[in-house]
Design a protein around this ligand. Structure first.
Ligand code: PLP
Length: 355
Protein backbone atom coordinates (compact mmCIF):
# COMPACT_ATOMS: atom_id res chain seq x y z
CA UNK A 1 0.00 0.00 0.00
CA UNK A 2 1.38 3.33 -1.03
CA UNK A 3 1.59 6.00 1.65
CA UNK A 4 1.43 9.51 0.22
CA UNK A 5 3.64 12.06 1.89
CA UNK A 6 3.05 15.76 2.26
CA UNK A 7 5.51 17.31 4.68
CA UNK A 8 5.60 20.64 6.45
CA UNK A 9 8.15 23.06 5.14
CA UNK A 10 8.94 24.26 8.62
CA UNK A 11 8.85 22.09 11.73
CA UNK A 12 7.84 23.38 15.15
CA UNK A 13 10.50 21.44 17.01
CA UNK A 14 12.57 24.59 17.63
CA UNK A 15 9.70 26.08 19.64
CA UNK A 16 9.21 22.96 21.75
CA UNK A 17 10.57 23.18 25.29
CA UNK A 18 12.07 19.77 25.95
CA UNK A 19 13.09 20.78 29.47
CA UNK A 20 9.57 21.33 30.62
CA UNK A 21 6.51 19.78 29.06
CA UNK A 22 3.56 17.65 29.95
CA UNK A 23 3.29 14.25 28.36
CA UNK A 24 0.74 13.82 25.60
CA UNK A 25 -0.40 17.42 25.31
CA UNK A 26 1.49 18.49 22.21
CA UNK A 27 1.77 16.31 19.15
CA UNK A 28 4.69 16.35 16.72
CA UNK A 29 4.44 17.94 13.28
CA UNK A 30 2.96 15.09 11.26
CA UNK A 31 0.38 12.34 11.49
CA UNK A 32 -0.47 9.19 9.57
CA UNK A 33 -4.06 8.60 8.44
CA UNK A 34 -5.85 5.93 6.40
CA UNK A 35 -9.51 5.32 5.69
CA UNK A 36 -11.61 2.20 5.52
CA UNK A 37 -14.73 1.98 3.39
CA UNK A 38 -16.28 -0.47 0.93
CA UNK A 39 -14.42 -3.25 2.67
CA UNK A 40 -10.86 -2.00 2.27
CA UNK A 41 -8.21 0.29 3.70
CA UNK A 42 -7.16 3.11 1.38
CA UNK A 43 -5.98 6.74 1.15
CA UNK A 44 -2.98 6.24 3.44
CA UNK A 45 -1.06 9.48 3.92
CA UNK A 46 1.44 11.18 6.17
CA UNK A 47 0.62 14.87 6.35
CA UNK A 48 0.93 17.81 8.74
CA UNK A 49 -0.78 17.41 12.10
CA UNK A 50 -4.34 18.76 11.88
CA UNK A 51 -7.54 18.43 13.88
CA UNK A 52 -10.02 15.80 12.76
CA UNK A 53 -13.41 16.76 11.41
CA UNK A 54 -16.17 14.35 12.34
CA UNK A 55 -19.89 14.29 11.78
CA UNK A 56 -21.88 14.40 15.04
CA UNK A 57 -23.42 11.20 13.70
CA UNK A 58 -20.03 9.46 13.55
CA UNK A 59 -20.55 6.15 15.31
CA UNK A 60 -17.38 6.32 17.44
CA UNK A 61 -18.95 9.23 19.34
CA UNK A 62 -21.91 7.10 20.40
CA UNK A 63 -21.14 3.41 20.73
CA UNK A 64 -17.49 3.14 21.61
CA UNK A 65 -16.09 1.30 18.61
CA UNK A 66 -12.59 2.60 19.25
CA UNK A 67 -9.26 0.85 19.69
CA UNK A 68 -5.78 2.19 20.43
CA UNK A 69 -2.16 1.18 20.91
CA UNK A 70 0.80 2.78 22.65
CA UNK A 71 4.43 2.15 21.72
CA UNK A 72 7.73 3.97 21.70
CA UNK A 73 10.62 4.87 19.43
CA UNK A 74 14.11 5.47 20.83
CA UNK A 75 17.33 7.05 19.74
CA UNK A 76 19.90 4.38 20.39
CA UNK A 77 23.38 5.06 21.69
CA UNK A 78 24.81 4.84 18.14
CA UNK A 79 22.25 7.46 17.01
CA UNK A 80 20.08 5.02 15.06
CA UNK A 81 16.33 5.12 15.64
CA UNK A 82 14.43 2.04 16.76
CA UNK A 83 10.79 1.21 17.36
CA UNK A 84 10.22 -1.22 20.20
CA UNK A 85 8.35 -4.46 19.41
CA UNK A 86 6.39 -3.06 16.49
CA UNK A 87 5.30 -6.55 15.40
CA UNK A 88 3.83 -7.37 18.81
CA UNK A 89 1.87 -4.11 18.85
CA UNK A 90 0.63 -4.90 15.37
CA UNK A 91 -0.66 -8.30 16.49
CA UNK A 92 -2.32 -6.74 19.49
CA UNK A 93 -4.13 -3.95 17.67
CA UNK A 94 -5.60 -6.57 15.36
CA UNK A 95 -6.71 -8.65 18.33
CA UNK A 96 -8.37 -5.55 19.80
CA UNK A 97 -9.97 -4.70 16.45
CA UNK A 98 -11.28 -8.24 16.06
CA UNK A 99 -12.96 -8.15 19.47
CA UNK A 100 -14.64 -4.84 18.62
CA UNK A 101 -15.90 -6.16 15.24
CA UNK A 102 -13.62 -3.65 13.48
CA UNK A 103 -11.54 -4.42 10.37
CA UNK A 104 -7.96 -5.62 10.85
CA UNK A 105 -5.15 -3.39 9.63
CA UNK A 106 -2.79 -4.61 6.91
CA UNK A 107 0.70 -5.26 8.24
CA UNK A 108 2.42 -2.93 5.81
CA UNK A 109 0.07 -0.08 6.62
CA UNK A 110 0.65 -0.40 10.36
CA UNK A 111 4.35 -1.30 10.39
CA UNK A 112 5.64 0.65 7.40
CA UNK A 113 3.30 3.55 8.16
CA UNK A 114 4.68 3.88 11.68
CA UNK A 115 8.28 3.48 10.53
CA UNK A 116 7.84 6.16 7.90
CA UNK A 117 6.11 8.51 10.32
CA UNK A 118 8.87 8.01 12.91
CA UNK A 119 11.46 8.60 10.24
CA UNK A 120 9.79 11.90 9.36
CA UNK A 121 9.66 12.85 13.05
CA UNK A 122 13.09 11.54 14.02
CA UNK A 123 14.44 14.92 15.13
CA UNK A 124 11.85 14.86 17.91
CA UNK A 125 13.60 11.88 19.46
CA UNK A 126 16.31 12.81 21.87
CA UNK A 127 18.93 10.39 23.04
CA UNK A 128 19.51 9.34 26.62
CA UNK A 129 17.74 7.22 29.13
CA UNK A 130 14.01 7.82 29.48
CA UNK A 131 13.70 9.99 26.38
CA UNK A 132 11.55 8.58 23.64
CA UNK A 133 8.83 9.28 21.15
CA UNK A 134 5.46 7.95 22.27
CA UNK A 135 3.45 6.65 19.32
CA UNK A 136 -0.33 6.49 19.56
CA UNK A 137 -2.09 4.56 16.79
CA UNK A 138 -5.89 4.40 16.99
CA UNK A 139 -8.90 3.36 14.95
CA UNK A 140 -12.36 4.90 15.23
CA UNK A 141 -15.74 4.10 13.65
CA UNK A 142 -16.76 6.95 11.36
CA UNK A 143 -19.93 5.81 9.63
CA UNK A 144 -22.60 8.50 10.00
CA UNK A 145 -25.56 6.72 11.48
CA UNK A 146 -27.29 6.61 14.85
CA UNK A 147 -28.48 3.03 14.53
CA UNK A 148 -26.67 0.63 16.86
CA UNK A 149 -24.83 -1.51 14.37
CA UNK A 150 -21.32 -2.29 13.18
CA UNK A 151 -19.84 0.71 11.40
CA UNK A 152 -18.95 0.29 7.74
CA UNK A 153 -16.36 3.11 7.78
CA UNK A 154 -13.26 3.65 9.91
CA UNK A 155 -10.35 6.00 10.32
CA UNK A 156 -6.86 4.87 11.32
CA UNK A 157 -4.68 7.61 12.78
CA UNK A 158 -1.18 7.66 14.26
CA UNK A 159 0.07 10.64 16.23
CA UNK A 160 3.29 11.03 18.20
CA UNK A 161 4.30 13.01 21.26
CA UNK A 162 7.70 13.38 22.92
CA UNK A 163 8.31 11.66 26.21
CA UNK A 164 11.01 12.57 28.70
CA UNK A 165 12.81 10.74 31.43
CA UNK A 166 10.65 11.00 34.44
CA UNK A 167 11.07 9.68 37.88
CA UNK A 168 8.10 7.43 38.56
CA UNK A 169 7.19 8.10 42.16
CA UNK A 170 6.29 4.87 43.95
CA UNK A 171 2.52 4.43 44.02
CA UNK A 172 0.09 3.88 46.86
CA UNK A 173 -2.66 1.57 45.71
CA UNK A 174 -5.87 0.17 47.11
CA UNK A 175 -7.13 -3.31 46.35
CA UNK A 176 -10.52 -2.84 44.69
CA UNK A 177 -13.06 -5.25 46.11
CA UNK A 178 -16.22 -3.94 44.48
CA UNK A 179 -15.74 -2.40 41.03
CA UNK A 180 -14.51 -4.45 38.11
CA UNK A 181 -12.27 -3.54 35.16
CA UNK A 182 -12.85 -6.67 33.11
CA UNK A 183 -14.97 -9.77 33.33
CA UNK A 184 -14.65 -13.08 31.59
CA UNK A 185 -16.33 -12.83 28.20
CA UNK A 186 -15.89 -9.04 28.21
CA UNK A 187 -13.47 -6.72 26.42
CA UNK A 188 -10.68 -6.44 29.00
CA UNK A 189 -8.12 -7.97 26.64
CA UNK A 190 -8.75 -5.25 24.04
CA UNK A 191 -7.36 -1.73 24.18
CA UNK A 192 -10.86 -0.37 23.64
CA UNK A 193 -11.54 3.20 24.75
CA UNK A 194 -14.50 2.28 26.95
CA UNK A 195 -12.34 0.20 29.28
CA UNK A 196 -10.45 3.30 30.35
CA UNK A 197 -13.47 5.58 30.74
CA UNK A 198 -15.10 2.89 32.86
CA UNK A 199 -12.08 2.77 35.19
CA UNK A 200 -12.09 6.49 36.01
CA UNK A 201 -14.79 6.39 38.64
CA UNK A 202 -13.31 3.66 40.87
CA UNK A 203 -9.89 5.35 40.47
CA UNK A 204 -11.42 8.69 41.47
CA UNK A 205 -12.92 7.16 44.62
CA UNK A 206 -9.54 5.64 45.48
CA UNK A 207 -7.88 9.02 44.94
CA UNK A 208 -10.35 10.67 47.28
CA UNK A 209 -9.19 8.18 49.91
CA UNK A 210 -5.57 9.19 49.29
CA UNK A 211 -4.44 6.41 46.94
CA UNK A 212 -2.93 6.84 43.50
CA UNK A 213 -4.62 3.88 41.86
CA UNK A 214 -6.46 0.64 42.44
CA UNK A 215 -5.42 -2.97 42.09
CA UNK A 216 -8.17 -4.69 40.12
CA UNK A 217 -9.33 -8.10 41.30
CA UNK A 218 -11.31 -10.78 39.50
CA UNK A 219 -14.92 -9.82 38.85
CA UNK A 220 -16.40 -12.97 40.35
CA UNK A 221 -14.90 -13.30 43.81
CA UNK A 222 -12.60 -10.26 44.10
CA UNK A 223 -10.07 -12.64 45.53
CA UNK A 224 -7.37 -12.77 42.81
CA UNK A 225 -5.31 -9.78 41.71
CA UNK A 226 -5.40 -8.79 38.04
CA UNK A 227 -3.87 -5.43 37.06
CA UNK A 228 -3.02 -2.08 38.63
CA UNK A 229 -4.66 0.82 36.84
CA UNK A 230 -3.63 0.34 33.22
CA UNK A 231 -0.49 -1.62 34.01
CA UNK A 232 0.21 -5.30 34.39
CA UNK A 233 0.88 -6.26 37.98
CA UNK A 234 4.00 -8.10 39.06
CA UNK A 235 5.47 -9.22 42.37
CA UNK A 236 8.84 -10.50 43.44
CA UNK A 237 8.32 -12.62 46.53
CA UNK A 238 11.35 -14.27 48.06
CA UNK A 239 13.15 -13.89 44.75
CA UNK A 240 10.37 -15.41 42.62
CA UNK A 241 8.80 -13.20 39.94
CA UNK A 242 5.06 -13.69 40.02
CA UNK A 243 2.38 -12.34 37.72
CA UNK A 244 -1.16 -13.44 36.90
CA UNK A 245 -1.63 -14.98 33.44
CA UNK A 246 -2.67 -12.65 30.62
CA UNK A 247 -6.02 -13.56 29.14
CA UNK A 248 -9.57 -12.33 28.79
CA UNK A 249 -9.43 -10.09 31.85
CA UNK A 250 -5.71 -9.28 31.95
CA UNK A 251 -4.32 -7.40 28.99
CA UNK A 252 -1.29 -9.02 27.36
CA UNK A 253 1.18 -6.18 27.96
CA UNK A 254 4.26 -5.98 25.78
CA UNK A 255 6.25 -4.67 28.75
CA UNK A 256 5.00 -7.60 30.82
CA UNK A 257 6.11 -10.06 28.17
CA UNK A 258 9.51 -8.34 27.81
CA UNK A 259 10.17 -8.27 31.56
CA UNK A 260 9.23 -11.95 31.91
CA UNK A 261 11.55 -12.90 29.06
CA UNK A 262 14.44 -10.95 30.57
CA UNK A 263 13.85 -12.42 34.02
CA UNK A 264 13.81 -15.96 32.64
CA UNK A 265 17.04 -15.34 30.73
CA UNK A 266 18.64 -13.94 33.87
CA UNK A 267 17.89 -17.32 35.41
CA UNK A 268 15.20 -16.01 37.75
CA UNK A 269 12.36 -18.20 38.82
CA UNK A 270 9.23 -16.92 37.05
CA UNK A 271 5.68 -18.03 37.73
CA UNK A 272 2.67 -16.97 35.67
CA UNK A 273 -0.25 -18.04 37.79
CA UNK A 274 -3.21 -16.72 39.77
CA UNK A 275 -2.23 -14.82 42.91
CA UNK A 276 -4.80 -14.58 45.68
CA UNK A 277 -5.14 -11.79 48.17
CA UNK A 278 -4.64 -14.28 50.98
CA UNK A 279 -1.35 -15.40 49.45
CA UNK A 280 -0.20 -11.78 49.37
CA UNK A 281 -1.34 -11.13 52.94
CA UNK A 282 0.42 -14.26 54.08
CA UNK A 283 3.64 -13.21 52.32
CA UNK A 284 3.62 -9.77 53.96
CA UNK A 285 2.62 -11.06 57.38
CA UNK A 286 5.20 -13.81 57.47
CA UNK A 287 7.90 -11.20 56.84
CA UNK A 288 8.86 -12.30 53.33
CA UNK A 289 10.49 -9.71 51.13
CA UNK A 290 7.80 -8.53 48.72
CA UNK A 291 8.36 -6.24 45.77
CA UNK A 292 5.33 -5.08 43.81
CA UNK A 293 5.19 -3.08 40.60
CA UNK A 294 3.18 -2.22 37.53
CA UNK A 295 4.58 -2.80 34.06
CA UNK A 296 3.55 -0.78 31.01
CA UNK A 297 4.95 1.12 28.05
CA UNK A 298 4.53 4.55 29.65
CA UNK A 299 6.27 4.07 33.01
CA UNK A 300 8.07 0.79 32.14
CA UNK A 301 8.30 -0.23 35.82
CA UNK A 302 6.20 1.64 38.38
CA UNK A 303 7.03 0.54 41.94
CA UNK A 304 4.18 0.15 44.45
CA UNK A 305 5.15 1.35 47.93
CA UNK A 306 1.83 0.75 49.68
CA UNK A 307 -0.94 -1.76 49.13
CA UNK A 308 -4.15 -1.16 51.06
CA UNK A 309 -5.94 -4.43 51.57
CA UNK A 310 -8.89 -5.13 53.83
CA UNK A 311 -8.22 -2.22 56.17
CA UNK A 312 -4.47 -2.82 56.40
CA UNK A 313 -1.54 -1.12 54.72
CA UNK A 314 1.19 -3.41 53.45
CA UNK A 315 4.54 -1.96 52.44
CA UNK A 316 6.39 -3.61 49.56
CA UNK A 317 10.15 -3.17 49.26
CA UNK A 318 11.08 -0.21 47.04
CA UNK A 319 14.70 0.62 48.00
CA UNK A 320 17.22 1.23 45.22
CA UNK A 321 18.53 -2.32 45.36
CA UNK A 322 15.09 -3.84 44.73
CA UNK A 323 15.31 -6.47 42.01
CA UNK A 324 12.60 -4.91 39.86
CA UNK A 325 15.06 -2.12 39.00
CA UNK A 326 17.48 -4.68 37.55
CA UNK A 327 14.75 -5.74 35.14
CA UNK A 328 14.00 -2.15 34.22
CA UNK A 329 17.67 -1.37 33.60
CA UNK A 330 18.18 -4.40 31.45
CA UNK A 331 15.10 -3.61 29.35
CA UNK A 332 16.20 0.02 28.98
CA UNK A 333 19.69 -1.07 27.94
CA UNK A 334 18.29 -3.35 25.24
CA UNK A 335 16.01 -0.61 23.94
CA UNK A 336 18.81 1.91 23.76
CA UNK A 337 21.14 -0.53 22.03
CA UNK A 338 23.56 -0.50 24.96
CA UNK A 339 23.15 -4.22 25.26
CA UNK A 340 22.63 -6.89 22.63
CA UNK A 341 19.05 -7.38 21.49
CA UNK A 342 18.89 -11.19 21.32
CA UNK A 343 15.12 -11.13 20.84
CA UNK A 344 15.11 -8.76 17.83
CA UNK A 345 12.79 -6.42 19.72
CA UNK A 346 14.14 -3.24 18.15
CA UNK A 347 12.97 -2.37 14.62
CA UNK A 348 15.84 -0.25 13.36
CA UNK A 349 14.90 2.44 10.85
CA UNK A 350 17.31 1.87 7.97
CA UNK A 351 16.69 5.23 6.34
CA UNK A 352 17.23 7.10 9.56
CA UNK A 353 20.46 5.16 9.92
CA UNK A 354 21.67 6.29 6.51
CA UNK A 355 20.81 9.92 7.15
C1 PLP B 1 -1.72 -0.99 27.53
C2 PLP B 1 -2.08 -1.71 28.81
C3 PLP B 1 -1.15 -2.40 29.59
C4 PLP B 1 0.33 -2.37 29.31
O1 PLP B 1 0.65 -2.85 28.07
P1 PLP B 1 2.06 -2.48 27.41
O2 PLP B 1 2.00 -3.16 26.11
O3 PLP B 1 3.11 -2.99 28.29
O4 PLP B 1 2.09 -0.99 27.30
C5 PLP B 1 -1.60 -3.10 30.69
N1 PLP B 1 -2.90 -3.10 31.03
C6 PLP B 1 -3.83 -2.44 30.34
C7 PLP B 1 -5.24 -2.50 30.77
C8 PLP B 1 -3.44 -1.71 29.20
O5 PLP B 1 -4.34 -1.04 28.51
Amino acid sequence: MEIKKQLKSQCSIEQFNFDQFQFGVEATDHMLVAKYSDGKWHSAAIHPYVKLTLSPLAMCLHYGQTVFEGLKAYRQSDDTISVFRLDRHYERINQSLGRMAMPELPKELFENGIKELVEVEQDWIRGGEGNSLYIRPFVIATEERLGVSISTDYLFVVVCTPMAAYYSKPLKVKVEKHYTRAASGGVGAAKNGGNYGAAYYPAKLAQQEGFDQVIWTDSRDHEYVEESGTMNLMFIIDGVLLTPPAGETILAGVTRDSLLQIARDLGWQVEERSISLSELQEAFESGKKVEAFGGGTAAVVAPLELIHLEGKDYLPYVADDARMFQLKEKLTAIRLGKEKDPYAWNSILEKALAK
